[in-house]
Design a protein around this ligand. Structure first.
Ligand code: AHR
Length: 537
């Protein structure tokens, strides 16, 4: 028989334990806080696809990143083995390819067949020469080697719906028609069965090659979807939702229109967000994940409205795919956005905390956010950075890796009682709208539960103070060894570099808990902490 929590508490010899962390020099303790976990209060199942990533033909993401022909660090296929190992550490579930803005003038046929015969093209989105030596088949090989599922974006800018159809045929049809036979001729006898396909990229953006208004996009996407599904009925389709949040844009109008028009056709709506510490204000910046959460809630409401009238074949509702998210504000402007070294953003500790905040937000919205892709994987606003002779892992690598390797199961509706702050009115990034956030909790928390184990993820946004926190189990008792991992650094501007790792994951000594309804932990200033252990009923 299950005991109630009250009975358990009565029986406890030790009602809790205190992990008395030693305060680092200069740190003081902010007021105490409480986190209540209840394994019966469930938000939804965490989709592994929130640990997706993104590879675009941009700067050194492909060439000089994952693929480096002739490099002593690459294998015979041109794959950089040091990059491959680092990617494996991110446990990437799926990888979006080949863009991004690039895809809106990409013709997939250019990138298949004998390499010497592939045409070089002017790359108009990011100002490079595209050799096309890396294309569909090379990408699928790479994705398989890191155990990730490929996710393709079709060109709905300068591309035709027929071109989208033929790519699906090339990838997913076993044999018979022209493009399936072409794949076989190219040396790939088995179909790839690519499941996820996005219908264009950022089509609401005036910068997009072939940009459309919402009505025209909906028409083109619907017809492309028809041909693609007739070719391969089991594919999942992702519509290009809002990416344009500049002050004069109307992202909600775009989302409402395309959700209405495509509600019977699509499986996901894609949203994009890039934030940055533009005003060099730490507390404003650390609140940016709340903006992502606000936008998620707004789109969730729109989806609910459309689902009430939809006539869908799929039994699932439309989900949200945050299929581009990251910090991106330093490598902006023409000089940093064209050519071989485009978008080479270097990250620090505060950026890593924002990424942990985004990941917490995905978990807290696990009922509707079923896909997310950090943009991008290597060199281009990326967790992995290469040179000709090696790599280093940027600060943002560490929270992503912790989540992707540990946080699964059911997302729990956690109650957090802690100090809060209000932000100024601020721009959340370059090319982004402004916001003002009130009551931003110093502790940003998510929790998941799977097979008797709870994983708690906590960002302490407080820049100067540790927060002593009671973590309370409402149902069942904490028991056994609790693993603790922390991402932190000397200061919020600490960065990594080649041969210099100042921000990384530190595994703290694990703590033994003996049937306790409460544990007390001290979250250090400007840190991300993951605590993992059993709850017994
Ligand atoms: O990820 C970099 C760029 O950001 C992508 O190409 C585009 O989709 C977005 O604007």
């Amino acid at each position: 028989m299950r005991q109630t929590n009250k009975e358990n508490l009565r029986n406890l010899f030790l009602a809790g334990f205190l992990i008395a962390g030693i305060l680092s020099a200069g740190q003081t303790v902010a007021q105490n806080a409480r986190i209540k976990i209840d394994i019966d209060r469930r938000i939804g199942e965490v989709s592994k696809n929130i640990y997706g990533n993104f590879v675009e033909h941009l700067g050194r993401c492909v060439y000089g990143g994952i693929y480096d022909e002739g490099s002593p660090l690459a294998d015979k296929d041109g794959i950089r083995l040091d990059v491959l190992e680092a990617v494996k550490g991110l446990n990437v579930s799926l990888i979006r390819y080949p863009g991004g803005n690039f895809v809106s003038n990409y013709h997939w046929l250019d990138g298949v067949g004998p390499k010497e015969e592939r045409p070089p093209r002017m790359e108009l989105a990011w100002g490079r020469l595209e050799s096309n030596r890396f294309g569909t088949n090379e990408f699928v090989d790479f994705a398989r080697r890191v155990d990730a599922e490929p996710y393709f974006a079709v060109n709905l800018g300068t591309g035709t719906i027929e071109e989208a159809q033929s790519w699906v045929e090339y990838c997913n049809v076993k044999e018979g028609p022209f493009y399936a036979e072409l794949r076989k001729k190219h040396g790939y006898p088995e179909p790839y069965n690519i499941k996820y396909w996005s219908l264009g990229n950022e089509m609401d953006g005036f910068w997009q090659m072939g940009h459309l208004n919402a009505e025209d996009y909906s028409k083109k996407a619907r017809e492309a979807a028809k041909l693609m599904k007739l070719t391969s009925p089991d594919i999942k389709l992702i519509a290009a939702g809002s990416s344009n949040y500049r002050p004069n844009a109307d992202p909600n109008e775009w989302n409402a229109t395309i959700l209405h028009e495509l509600r019977n056709v699509i499986d996901y709506i894609a949203l994009h967000i890039y934030v940055g510490n533009v005003g060099d204000n730490y507390y404003n910046y650390l609140a940016t994940p709340l903006v992502l959460e606000d936008r998620t809630q707004i789109v969730k409401g729109m989806i609910l409205k459309e689902m009430a009238y939809a006539q869908r074949e799929s039994k699932d509702p439309i989900y949200i795919a945050w299929d581009e998210y990251n910090v991106w504000y330093r490598a902006r402007g023409r000089e940093f956005m064209t050519g071989t070294h485009a978008l080479e953003e270097r990250y620090n500790l505060e950026d890593a905390l924002v990424i942990a905040g985004f990941l917490n937000a995905f978990i807290r919205n696990a009922d509707v956010v079923k896909m997310a892709n950090m943009a991008q994987l290597v060199n281009v606003i990326a967790p992995i950075f290469t040179s000709e002779s090696g790599i280093f892992k940027q600060t943002i690598y560490y929270p992503l890796s912790l989540f992707a390797n540990n946080v699964f199961g059911t997302s729990l509706d956690v109650a957090v009682d802690c100090g809060t702050y209000d932000t100024d009115k601020f721009f959340i990034g370059l090319d982004e709208s402004s916001t003002k956030q009130e009551d931003v909790p110093y502790l940003d928390v998510s929790a998941t539960y799977r097979d008797g184990e709870v994983v708690l993820c906590v960002v302490n946004r407080n820049k100067d103070k540790a927060i002593i926190t009671d973590i309370i189990s409402q149902e069942g008792l904490f028991d056994g060894d609790f693993e603790i991992y922390e991402v932190n650094g000397q200061g919020i501007k600490s960065e990594n570099d080649f041969g210099k790792t100042t921000v990384e994951t530190i595994q703290k000594p694990s703590v033994k808990v003996k049937k306790a309804a409460k544990i007390t932990y001290e979250f250090p200033a400007h840190s991300f902490t993951m605590i993992k252990g059993a709850i017994i009923i």
